[in-house]
Design a binder for this molecule. Structure first.
Ligand SMILES: NC(=O)c1ccc[n+]([C@@H]2O[C@H](COP(=O)([O-])OP(=O)(O)OC[C@H]3O[C@@H](n4cnc5c(N)ncnc54)[C@H](O)[C@@H]3O)[C@@H](O)[C@H]2O)c1
Length: 341
């Protein structure tokens, strides 16, 4: 009996693979390598001290998915595979709908054909759009300001329809806030191919001298220091949330949404200061005007996940920054602080 991780070679997937290994679960990873390295597998295997079967392929290849589900005796799927750049989704919406929505549908069809109906889905806090009230809880209305966000809302709605039509489905949509950090081994971490979009990989590029300065977009928000507030969560805390969600689904049918965050917001300057302390490196910065579409504050109400999943994020902002830096020091030579692709 195995858990299939689609996109399991990626940033979050590799940490989920480690968390599941620690929880004693057998896993199989399927990934098309579009934003990850084949080398990640051996690092997961080293941490888990176990062989991890790897299937190179695409979630849109229904035949391959069906074969993988059958051959590896899969009982549940954690579906992380997807494209995740907001900016790219605005330029290439069809790529995003094809990969993220069509991909999810073909995965679901393959699962249905094999009678496998346990699914944990990688969703995002982006489904809340512009917050109407804070903290954001799971009853907050969903809306999207870009194609990436719409692919997550559409996927969630497809999953909810499926659970209504076939009550045997057990589905947890995990709405991630802002994952940062790396596994304590320093061997796996955030490895974006191409230009990174998230704040932390850009900070590390500056720290490594690969980029001259950090652009801070907006210092006039209604926050204590004027910069935007986000709910940063250590990727290992996030990963452990997946193990908790799988366990929850063992005794709960239907469709469920959970926020995975810390419930605490930090400003851009607080994150920077913490990173500077952890790395001992000062980060040059440039103040730029606000970017259209950015919100002042976004942080989670995590009561539902704490209460229902028996899970909580425990790692500090300092641990998020020091583990990121530890990973970067191990792999400093690539264009971002990546493990070699
Ligand atoms: N990192 C974040 O800040 C964040 C926040 C919210 C939600 N998410 C979601 O979490 C999931 C994982 O994110 P991540 O940060 O690990 O991204 P990532 O790019 O590091 O990992 C995604 C993995 O999926 C693979 N992949 C993409 N399309 C595929 C396809 N069609 N078939 C097979 N494999 C495919 C990529 O090669 C990559 O290894 C994504 O669905 C993303 O939208 C991420």
């Amino acid at each position: 009996m195995s858990i299939l991780l689609t996109g399991g070679n990626g940033y979050i997937g590799s940490h989920v693979a480690v968390a599941l290994g620690l929880a004693g679960r057998k896993i199989v990873i399927l990934d098309n390598g579009s934003n990850s390295s084949i080398n990640t597998i051996s690092k997961i295997e080293t941490i888990n001290r176990a062989h991890v079967p790897y299937v190179f392929g695409d979630i849109r290849d229904m035949k391959l998915i069906t074969k993988t589900l059958r051959e590896h005796d899969v009982t549940a799927v954690i579906h992380l595979a997807g494209l995740k750049s907001v900016a790219e989704s605005i330029e290439k919406p069809l790529d995003y709908y094809t990969n993220n929505v069509e991909g999810t549908i073909s995965l679901l069809k393959a699962m249905n054909s094999q009678g496998i109906r346990n699914l944990v889905f990688s969703s995002s806090a982006t489904v809340y759009g512009t917050p109407r009230q804070l903290p954001l809880d799971e009853t907050h209305p969903t809306s999207a300001t870009n194609p990436y966000g719409r692919t997550k809302i559409q996927s969630e709605e497809i999953l909810a329809d499926l659970a209504r039509a076939q009550p045997e489905w057990r589905i947890a949509c995990l709405r991630y806030f802002n994952p940062v950090g790396a596994h304590q081994s320093g061997t796996i971490g955030e490895s974006p191919k191409g230009i990174p979009n998230n704040l932390m990989p850009i900070i590390t590029q500056v720290a490594l001298g690969q980029k001259s300065q950090l652009d801070i977009f907006g210092t006039d928000y209604p926050t204590p220091d004027g910069t935007g507030i986000r709910d940063y969560i250590h990727v290992m805390d996030l990963a452990e949330g997946h193990a908790a969600a799988l366990q929850f689904l063992e005794s709960h049918a239907g469709w469920h949404a959970f926020n995975l965050g810390t419930g605490k917001g930090h400003t851009v300057l607080e994150l920077l200061e913490s990173f500077e302390k952890a790395s001992g490196i000062s980060i040059p910065r440039k103040i730029s005007p606000r970017r259209p579409g950015d919100v002042a504050k976004c942080y989670a109400n995590v009561d539902k996940a704490n209460r229902t999943l028996g899970w909580a994020a425990n790692r500090s902002l300092h641990e998020m920054c020091s583990s990121t830096w530890n990973f970067c020091l191990n792999f400093p030579r690539t264009t971002t602080c990546t493990s070699p692709h």
